[in-house]
Design a protein around this ligand. Structure first.
Ligand code: FES
Length: 484
């Protein structure tokens, strides 16, 4: 049956004013017969199309989304479509992770004189969407509440014993304070023996409270932008140092303002995994680490556990246990393992094993538990807009205050999209989540696509430019999508 004879579906088209909108006009002037499902939104340039426009349309019920701009080399703003090409290619590869068929989205190029080409593009895309049928509705998909439980094997030895070089590190920090550093970010023991908390050390006494070990879970790079312009120091694990490098690469902090202190890391713990081994509500009296074993005393009883049982997933696959960049590195570096064959954390592995509809159900189940506290955003060192986060704006209102799966998922999509090519994989978003929602899978999906398309990993080189902030006129790893 011809699409013209079928029921109309909801297809949204974002067309650049100068070329594709003109092409659609040319087709109309020539009275070309076309399907009428497409609802056109005119934008100044394809570079103006934020991938969030596409995501918002798709998760709110559009059956298909088409973006069309000027051909490469013809953009009226020189390079808008080059930036768009990178973003939209990445977006297409991202959609399956949230259960959306990537064929429901396409981007292409049509010039103002190509009326016939426009007719072919819109007809072929509409036919494709009709062949797929109406998009599944969030309301109709059964929510799934199962989640990844597997403990992935570590590619390196994990340890929790006292670090022999901690006194040397403390001395180096005291020396730096004496030389004029305003303060140094580190960790001290929190309200009990298994909780650490960040500390801004300004005196030798505060430096004496510094701890180093499996409880130093926070990525302290998150605090650096607020100290911009002040001379401070920061103590880093390998994963934290990638955050510092990325902040430097994006000019969000200055190299001359920050002194970086590092030591080799042997892994950090997942507190929920430790607490799961203790009686509920038991008061923790002490915790001692020896080798790869932790002995926690709680409620007068001793509980033994190994790092293999309680380490964070990211530490099991970590290939950068030493600071990528440091001014003072104390002690022997931790042996760096080779890159794992499969760097996916359990969240993404689990999603990969599901069908598209099951993935929608998975996110529906996860987002039903989300309390929208936005702790994931607060813990992220690369979330730097702070008080100006677009998800908080009311004009435009990207996210409403409705307590729906779509609204809460869209917040996560804003976060993931803004981190595309910038996320260093510290997984702080997931660790900070009080509802234990595996939100890092969204960022890891972007990360692996960035690696595949642009061979780029964030947080490794202060001179590197994140791939979505640049372009190549000829993109050897991006295949043109010709709908005509
Ligand atoms: Fe058409 Fe930039 S003006 S894509």
């Amino acid at each position: 049956m011809s699409v013209l004879a079928g029921k109309e579906l909801r297809i949204v088209g974002f067309l650049c004013n100068w070329c594709s909108y003109g092409g659609a006009d040319t087709a109309g002037t020539a009275r070309a017969v076309q399907p009428t499902d497409l609802r056109i939104i005119r934008v100044p340039c394809s570079g103006r199309v934020n991938p969030l426009f596409v995501l918002k349309a798709l998760i709110n019920g559009a059956d298909g989304v088409l973006v069309s701009g000027c051909h490469p080399r013809d953009c009226h703003y020189s390079a808008g479509n080059y930036y768009a090409r990178r973003r939209l290619e990445l977006l297409k590869d991202f959609l399956p992770v949230i259960g959306i068929n990537p064929d429901r989205f396409e981007y292409t190029w049509v010039s103002a004189s190509e009326g016939q080409r426009w007719k072919d593009v819109v007809t072929n895309f509409t036919n494709r969407i009709h062949a797929l049928g109406p998009a599944p509705r969030w309301e109709d998909v059964p929510a799934r509440y199962d989640r990844p439980e597997e403990l992935i094997e570590s590619i390196r030895p994990l340890g929790c014993g006292a670090h022999p070089s901690l006194p040397e590190l403390k001395q180096a920090i005291k020396d730096a304070l004496a030389e004029g550093l305003e303060g140094v970010l580190g960790w001290k023991q929190g309200f009990d023996a298994i909780h650490a908390e960040p500390v801004f050390m300004t005196t030798p006494e505060e430096v004496d409270s510094l701890i180093w070990g499996p409880f130093n879970v926070h990525n302290l790079a998150v605090y650096l932008p607020q100290y911009k312009g002040r001379k401070i120091g920061v103590v880093v694990k390998g994963c934290d140092s990638k955050g510092v490098v990325e902040l430097l690469a994006e000019n969000l902090i200055s190299r001359e303002d920050v002194k970086i202190f590092g030591m080799g890391c042997n892994g950090t713990v997942s507190l929920p995994r430790i607490l799961a081994k203790l009686p509920e509500g038991a008061k923790i009296e002490s915790c001692v680490g020896r080798g790869n074993k932790l002995t926690v005393t709680a409620g007068g009883q001793e509980y033994e556990m190994t790092m293999a049982e309680v380490a964070q997933d990211k530490c099991r696959l970590c290939t950068r246990p030493n600071a990528v960049l440091s001014d003072v590195f104390v002690g022997n570096p931790t042996v760096e393992p080779a890159a794992p064959a499969d760097g996916r954390l359990p969240g993404l592995r689990f999603l990969d094993s599901l069908s598209l509809e099951e993935r929608m159900g998975y996110w529906k189940g996860q987002m039903e538990r989300c309390i929208a506290c936005h702790a994931c955003r607060g813990a992220c060192p690369m979330c730097v807009c702070r008080d100006y986060c677009v998800s908080d704006t009311r004009d435009p209102a990207w996210v409403t205050q409705e307590d729906t799966v779509q609204q809460k998922l869209f917040f996560q999509l804003i976060h993931a999209q803004h981190l595309a090519g910038r996320c260093t994989g510290c997984t702080e978003c997931e660790r900070a989540c009080p509802m234990d929602i595996p939100v890092f899978a969204l960022k890891q999906q972007f990360g692996r696509m960035i690696q595949k398309i642009f061979s780029y990993g964030a947080g490794l080189d202060v001179k590197a430019t994140p791939p979505l902030l640049t372009y190549q006129v000829e993109e050897p790893t991006i295949k043109e999508h010709d709908l005509a």
